[in-house]
Design a protein around this ligand. Structure first.
Ligand SMILES: *Cc1c(COP(=O)(O)O)cnc(C)c1O
Length: 388
């Protein structure tokens, strides 16, 4: 039997993500409280870390989210086309011909060099629209932004802008999820030196921001005027050493259902490449989920899932759309619920961090790899589930 509490009639696939919006609300409030007087930018890039861009944005907007951050122009446009009114900063690098679209959709632009700032000025002037920009300073990431040792020129140039409001200035930490916070400390010192421009030149300092989830929890990084929080919002810690500092809970769980049961004889290998076989007769179940859904093949013969409250090993290579589980002497029936991420009852749990360990990657990649072909089911604040 399918479990009616988790599988609504409208879900065609027996494999789906559940997004717990009440948990998201709790995390939102916990982060705001931690930020104190500083504002919070909520990061929604990569389909809101796999949780569903529009749905998450609407929920956060209703809660009063101050600022949203995305990586790409297209993500910002999708939010505007869905009716999102909250300010949106596009964090990534830009190409000059994209600027008119930023202006048309009221998206805040990252100005990562003097040349880009000049392009923004020119586009704003020719369109007769005032642009909004945040200056990006590279203090040790070597990604985008003006190096801290040449940033003075960018800040100086920004004071000459006539068609661009310089709303903010920011940097990004390269090692904020580490126990060792010395690199962050160095970046903070470099950044503070850049910011001293405003005092020495007697120019009003725009909004300053630096920390992501890790930076917010590493005590050496000031919160400045705003923090930019992604991972923690979704209830995942950037490092195990941070769990004492703030209470957040996972927003995502991932479930599937048994589609096949069989008994296999000893020495009969399972799946492509025949990488696993049992030395005794055993029971194997097949699940309708695979690496084509984002259940990464690197987890083959390492992952565990929960069936009827018991954790079992995934065996053989994970296929594109299916995978096998050895339940030994255990019991399972066709249609039984299987937990890939999350809890079943109060005892057993599989976390996003577990999957990251099995796949030899980070939780960010686990979340953002879950394919859009996996339906997302939203648990609303009033507890009814809605398919999106
Ligand atoms: C993704 C990103 C963040 C959010 O990082 P988390 O570690 O998920 O909190 C913040 N700032 C920038 C520039 C980013 O690209």
């Amino acid at each position: 039997m399918l479990h009616e509490d988790t599988l609504s009639d409208s879900v065609l696939r027996p494999t789906f993500i559940t997004v717990d919006l009440p948990a998201l609300s709790k995390n939102f409030h916990a982060i705001k409280e931690y930020a104190g007087d500083s504002k919070v930018m909520f990061i929604l890039k990569a389909n809101a870390y796999g949780h569903g861009l529009i749905k998450i944005a609407k929920h956060l907007e209703a809660l009063g989210g101050y600022y949203f951050g995305v990586a790409y122009l297209e993500e910002g446009i999708m939010l505007r086309e869905a009716g999102i009114k909250t300010a949106i900063l596009v964090l990534g690098g830009i190409i000059g011909n994209q600027i008119p679209l930023f202006l048309e959709h009221d998206l805040t632009i990252t100005a990562s060099s003097i040349e880009k700032l000049n392009q923004i000025e020119a586009a704003a002037e020719s369109k007769g629209i005032t642009a909004k920009a945040h200056l990006k300073i590279d203090t040790g990431m070597e990604r985008i932004g003006m190096h801290y040792y040449t940033a003075h020129a960018l800040l100086k140039a920004s004071t000459q802008c006539k068609h661009t409001i310089i709303e903010g200035v920011f940097t990004h930490f390269a090692n904020a999820d580490e126990v060792d916070d010395s690199y962050t400390k160095m970046q903070v010192e470099r950044f503070d030196k850049v910011l001293s421009f405003y005092e020495s030149e007697n120019v009003k300092r725009p909004m300053v921001h630096a920390s992501n989830s890790g930076g917010m929890l590493q005590s050496v990084a000031p919160t400045y005027d705003m923090i930019r929080v992604g991972l923690l919002l979704y209830g995942v810690y950037p490092g195990a050493h941070f769990t004492e500092l703030i209470m957040v809970e996972p927003v995502m769980s991932w479930k599937t259902h048994v589609v096949f049961f069989k008994v296999i004889e000893k020495d009969h290998p399972v799946s492509y490449g025949s990488t696993w076989q049992s030395n005794k007769q055993t029971r194997i179940i097949t699940l309708p989920v695979g690496y084509g859904d984002g259940y990464m093949r690197a987890m083959s013969n390492k992952a565990k899932v929960i069936v009827r409250g018991v954790k079992y090993a995934q065996v053989g290579h994970i296929c594109m759309d299916q995978m096998m589980i050895d339940i030994g002497d255990g019991t399972a029936y066709n249609g039984d619920e299987v937990i890939l991420i999350g809890k079943q009852g109060d005892d057993e749990e599989v976390t996003i961090e577990d999957l990251a360990e099995w796949a030899n990657t980070i939780p960010y990649e686990i979340l953002t790899n879950i394919n859009t072909r996996v339906p997302r089911v939203y648990i609303e604040d009033n507890d009814s589930s809605v398919l999106s």
